[in-house]
Design a protein around this ligand. Structure first.
Ligand SMILES: [Zn+2]
Length: 137
């Protein structure tokens, strides 16, 4: 019992003895007993994840060093998944746009051929010639 709850301090052990056995031993009596039996009453914190007793839990995660490290790896891995997903999405968008561009170019070239319409390059040339014609210089 003492080894089980000793890390919570003498007062907590005193309370636990009273709760379990309905017997009161003062915190001071608990300290004396612990000292005689070489049991530490040093305040420790139990990791809520794995139950490990440590002097201080990580202030940000509230976990022991090991569980904090594992949590950080997990968080970074999730972030990595998001980034790689965004990159894949952007790459797919680019591929789709290039595919659509190629399809439209082919379709337009076919329309020009089939209907004897001026091609894009011919139109550009015509516009350039026109602007030169109206150029006051
Ligand atoms: Zn832990």
């Amino acid at each position: 019992m003492l080894r089980e709850t000793g890390f919570k301090g003498a007062k907590a052990v005193s309370d636990e003895i009273l709760r379990r056995y309905s017997v009161y031993h003062s915190p001071h009596a608990v300290e004396m007993f612990a000292s005689r039996n070489h049991v530490s009453l040093r305040l420790m914190q139990a990791c809520p994840e794995c139950g490990l007793l440590v002097n201080h839990l990580n202030r940000q995660t509230g976990l022991c060093p090991r569980c904090s490290a594992l949590l950080h790896v997990e968080e970074e891995r999730a972030y990595n998944d998001i980034l790689e997903g965004e990159i894949r999405e952007a790459e797919a968008e680019c591929v789709n746009a290039e595919r659509e561009y190629a399809t439209l170019r082919q379709r337009n070239a076919r329309l020009c051929r089939q209907h004897g319409l001026a091609t894009k390059s011919e139109r550009k040339r015509a516009v350039r010639a026109q602007s030169t014609f109206f150029d006051p210089e």
